[in-house]
Design a binder for this molecule. Structure first.
Ligand SMILES: [Zn+2]
Length: 313
């Protein structure tokens, strides 16, 4: 992709104002004594529009004080672009080149921000009376993790294992629970695809009495004993083969209507990252979950990404 940065064309004051709105739900103020900014004097203007204030209490601060961006040297438009890039799944190398910043530093920032997004995912039961449950298997090794044993280097080629993968074979299942009525999804990385791994999570995120559509995978066979109505999508014998993952690419040409398109979307989201470590897989798919459920970025989501816990009263 050709490099074409527009951060130099973005309105710096508007980016600053937006960041203040994100980072300070109750208004900018002194991080030490909480006095509002109106009771501070401007101390320095050389980094405008980021102003340094001196509070009555003697504290000198700016809008980034006490936030995850406190030590940043990035301009406000670069920070806004970073948030946009992470929320939209732009690969780190691509963003780093566009912005002329260090890739490793940006990757650390991405992991910090995505972890916040993952921790804030809604894990309350979906409100739906009809849900689809399915798993996808994602090749995910230990990219980016220092390997302690040089005699056992991490695999370099894609994992060729077929069918139901596991965490230990670097092909963990991603459990997807999708509400037919709400359109909401929850995505959870599991270690294995056995009943003991999948069923408790399915029960946690669905309502008693709801109908659960799954394929014929045996891990779901006991849902009907757990206050759920279990419907198995039975393929006609002639289509049985077609529904399997015989080519080993992880796409099981599926069974349930919603999940079919959804997994394609998730694969398309993950592909540009060219191999996500299984250790970070949950936080990458959390970004996709948020995007699917929100459709459009909100102030609340941007506050989650920036670790802002204090909410406007
Ligand atoms: Zn103060």
């Amino acid at each position: 992709m050709i490099r074409f940065s527009i951060v130099g064309l973005m309105d710096m004051q508007k980016c600053y104002d937006h960041l203040v709105e994100i980072l300070h739900p109750n208004g900018l103020g002194c991080p030490k004594c909480d006095r509002p900014v109106a009771q501070s004097k401007v101390h320095r203007r050389d980094r405008a529009p980021v102003l340094y204030y001196r509070c009555h209490c003697g504290c000198i601060y700016n809008a980034f004080a006490g936030t995850m961006w406190k030590h940043t040297r990035h301009s406000c438009s670069v920070i806004v672009r970073i948030l946009q890039g992470f929320a939209q799944g732009i690969p780190t190398l691509h963003l780093a080149r566009e912005l002329g910043i260090d890739r490793k530093h940006l990757l650390e920032r991405r992991h910090e921000i995505q972890a916040l997004a993952a921790a804030a995912c809604d894990r309350n039961p979906l409100p739906d009376q009809v849900v689809e449950v399915d798993e996808m298997y994602q090749n995910a090794g230990e990219k980016g993790i220092l390997h302690p044993d040089p005699e056992d280097p991490p695999r370099r080629r894609a994992n060729q294992a077929r069918g139901h993968g596991t965490w230990d074979m670097d092909r963990p299942p991603i459990l997807g629970i999708m509400g037919r009525e709400s359109g909401r999804v929850q995505l959870i990385v599991k270690h294995n695809s056995a009943r003991a791994d999948l069923e408790p999570t399915v029960l946690d995120v669905t309502q008693p009495g709801c109908t659960i559509n799954t394929d014929e995978w045996g891990a779901y066979n006991h849902l009907s004993e757990q206050q759920r109505r279990h419907v198995t999508v039975c393929h006609a014998p002639s289509r049985r083969e077609w529904a399997r993952d015989d080519d080993g690419d992880g796409i099981r040409e599926v069974h349930t209507n919603t999940s079919e398109g959804f997994w394609t979307g998730l694969r398309n989201f993950l592909r540009p990252f060219r191999g996500v470590s299984k250790v970070y897989l949950q936080q990458y798919i959390a970004i996709h979950e948020w995007a699917h459920n929100l459709k459009e970025v909100t102030l609340g989501f941007l506050r989650i990404l920036c670790g802002v816990t204090q909410m406007a009263s």
